[in-house]
Ligand binder design. Structure first.
Ligand code: SAM
Length: 266
């Protein structure tokens, strides 16, 4: 069934669910709190539900939009066009560091296409040293994953890596009725603030990723089993970590110790 909003037919393949609830939009904009002179970047501006109110506070805004028709609408927008730089590209492939004006000044936000939210988070983490903060609308479950700590039910690879890069906190809960078309699940806005100094000493981030991914790919197994190709049981216990634990019981600090041990054996 085609879903039209403001004369545009929503494209499922681009994860298009447009915000139309003014109360929710106002809450998100005040959570972002745009200030004149800041370097703001929106991912997936769509029909401008967040772009228009954010642009009221600032003189210039960069937007990254994959849908050609929507990008064109923004380029020809009657009053936004003067303030916008429209980048018609896939945010997953876009080099966000090309937008830096001063070190660490990027403020990124967006109501993200849910179908690409996890890979997009990982792509954005790679620019975290250049980012002041990020505000994203995501499926509530993904927000919970981003904010989970060890022992939580939804704690996993995304939680550990998010913790390494950022402080994550939920800021606005959003019901399906706030969108057109309405998604099947609840949503929430998460605030991600990159750490100035990482909370764990990690020698090689790629090895941390590998250890975390390997451990959570077999999350029902003990780490003695899931990590056996990387570390021996003695290696693990020498670090003060019990080899009979599962990945979900390990903190970021534990994963950092394991990753550094793998690094030292290479
Ligand atoms: N910001 C609008 C709103 O809140 O109503 C639209 C949000 S909609 C959930 C997601 C937007 O991201 C759509 O405009 C879609 O075309 C765009 N989009 C989808 N995939 C994208 C990608 N890989 N890179 C950039 N934009 C993308």
């Amino acid at each position: 069934m085609s879903q039209k909003h403001l004369g545009h037919t929503a494209r499922k393949r681009f994860g298009q669910n447009f915000l139309h609830d003014q109360y929710v939009i106002d809450k998100i904009v005040s959570a972002i709190n745009p200030q004149p002179g800041e370097n703001l970047v929106e991912i997936g501006p769509g029909l401008g539900a967040l772009t228009e109110p954010v642009a009221e506070y600032i003189d210039h805004l960069t937007v990254v939009e994959l849908d050609r028709d929507l990008a064109k609408r923004l380029i020809h927008h009657p009053f936004l066009n003067k303030k916008l730089t429209v980048i018609e590209q896939d945010a997953l492939k876009f080099d966000f560091s090309s937008l830096i004006k001063e070190p660490g000044d990027l403020r990124i936000f967006g109501n993200l296409p849910y179908n690409i939210s996890t890979p997009l988070m990982f792509h954005l983490f790679s620019f975290s040293t250049q980012v002041k903060d990020m505000h994203f609308m995501l499926q509530n479950e993904v927000v919970k994953r981003l904010c989970a700590t060890h022992g939580d039910k939804l704690y996993g690879r995304l939680s550990v890596m998010a913790q390494y890069y950022c402080d994550a906190s939920p800021v606005v809960a959003v019901p399906p009725s706030a969108f057109k078309p309405a998604p099947k699940v609840d949503s929430a806005v998460v605030r991600l603030v990159p750490h100035k100094t990482p909370p764990a000493d990690v020698k090689d981030i790629n090895i941390l990723q590998r250890v975390v991914t390997t451990a959570f790919n077999q999350r029902r197994k003990t780490i003695r089993n899931s990590l056996k190709d990387l570390l021996s049981s003695d290696d693990i216990s020498d670090l003060g970590i019990k080899p009979e634990l599962r990945a979900e019981a390990l903190s970021l600090q534990d994963f950092a110790l394991l990753a550094n041990k793998v690094h030292s054996t290479l």
